[in-house]
Design a protein around this ligand. Structure first.
Ligand code: C2E
Ligand code: MG
Ligand code: MG
Ligand code: MG
Length: 289
């Protein structure tokens, strides 16, 4: 068993002790080592088609197994790296590892589904990003069609004009582009119409009250309808219960579900094992289990 396996889903979410000056300094100081020695690593969360219950993609999510602090959640260290302008380096590292993983899966005939990568705010409009993507995918012989770029709503709204240009360039290269955590930001409907994105990822907060809360259910339904009427692929994040899955499959067709109900983020080893049990379950029956 891979040494990281046991930890992959038991990350520290909030620990006041780590929000200190010395913690920040330690994070910044040990970042280069962490990238080189694979203290940073990626876990992959499956995305499931709500119509067919089939696997149709992954999201790559970063973890840090720190020798002193233990397993760190990205929610703790990503903001520090953003604040101190080290996030671009980490994003390049993530892109490298994802491309390498896709190429390995390709060679071994394993998963061929798209992998989504989180791209932080300011990096979207940097010319460096496109150059890094091209160079890295070339190196590993990976097709841009195998990659989805997840951008947050806030970052795209903030640099609207240049974001539209950047997204168009990504699309021309063959990348899919998703708007992450949709609904939590400040985007208007006209904004949504202008953005050349392929996918809306609806934030977990819209799913939490479903189906108990009528209002929440109505809002989720409306967002899905809006997205689909704009011809966007819809991913629902944070689906945790069978009732939520039932609500979704009876509300709309062609949705993609990402959530603990089907699978948590996993290391590639765990993923291989999960895949055998998941595909062994007859379609539909999985929902009732
Ligand atoms: P995100 O991009 O919105 O990723 C989805 C988060 O929701 C992940 O948390 C995932 O584990 C969690 N999640 C998925 N399904 C469920 C569910 O059913 N229930 C619950 N409670 N949670 C669920 P994670 O991995 O802790 O990542 C948190 C955030 O950190 C991400 O939110 C993203 O903003 C950021 N992040 C993660 N990896 C990277 C990365 O490689 N680069 C950058 N720039 N940011 C990253
Ligand atoms: Mg994301
Ligand atoms: Mg999200
Ligand atoms: Mg999120």
């Amino acid at each position: 068993e891979h040494p990281l396996t046991a930890y992959a889903n038991h990350v520290i979410s909030y620990d006041p002790a780590v929000h200190t000056f010395s913690f920040e300094q330690e994070v910044l100081k040990s970042l280069d080592r962490a990238m080189k020695e694979d203290e940073l690593f990626l876990v992959y969360q499956p995305k499931i088609s709500a119509d067919s219950y089939r696997l149709n993609g992954f999201e790559a999510l970063i973890r840090w197994r720190h020798p002193v602090y233990g397993l760190l959640s990205p929610e703790i260290f990503i903001p520090i790296l953003e604040q101190h302008h080290r996030i671009d380096d980490v994003t390049d590292w993530v892109i490298d590892r994802v491309a390498r993983q896709i190429s390995e899966w390709g060679k071994s005939g394993k998963h061929s589904q798209k992998v989504a990568v989180n791209i932080p705010g300011e990096y979207i409009t940097s010319s460096r990003l496109l150059a890094v993507l091209k160079k890295t995918l070339d190196y590993y012989h990976v097709d841009p069609r195998q990659i989805e770029l997840e951008l947050t709503e806030t970052s795209v709204v903030q640099s609207s004009e240049s974001a539209i240009r950047a997204i168009s360039l990504f699309r021309e290269q063959g990348f899919s582009v998703a708007l992450d955590d949709f609904g939590t930001g400040i985007s208007s409907l006209s904004f949504l119409r202008q953005m050349p994105i392929t996918t809306l990822k609806i934030d977990k907060s819209f799913v939490d009250g479903v189906p108990q809360s009528e209002k929440d259910s109505a809002i989720l339904d409306a967002i899905i309808t809006l997205g689909q009427s704009l011809n966007l692929d819809i991913v629902i994040e944070g689906v945790e219960t069978a009732e939520q899955v039932l609500f979704l499959v009876t509300t709309a067709r062609s949705l993609t579900i990402q959530g603990y109900y089907y699978a948590k983020p996993m290391t590639p080893d765990e993923l291989a094992e999960w895949r055998t049990t998941f595909s062994a379950v007859p379609d539909g029956n999985y929902l009732l289990s």
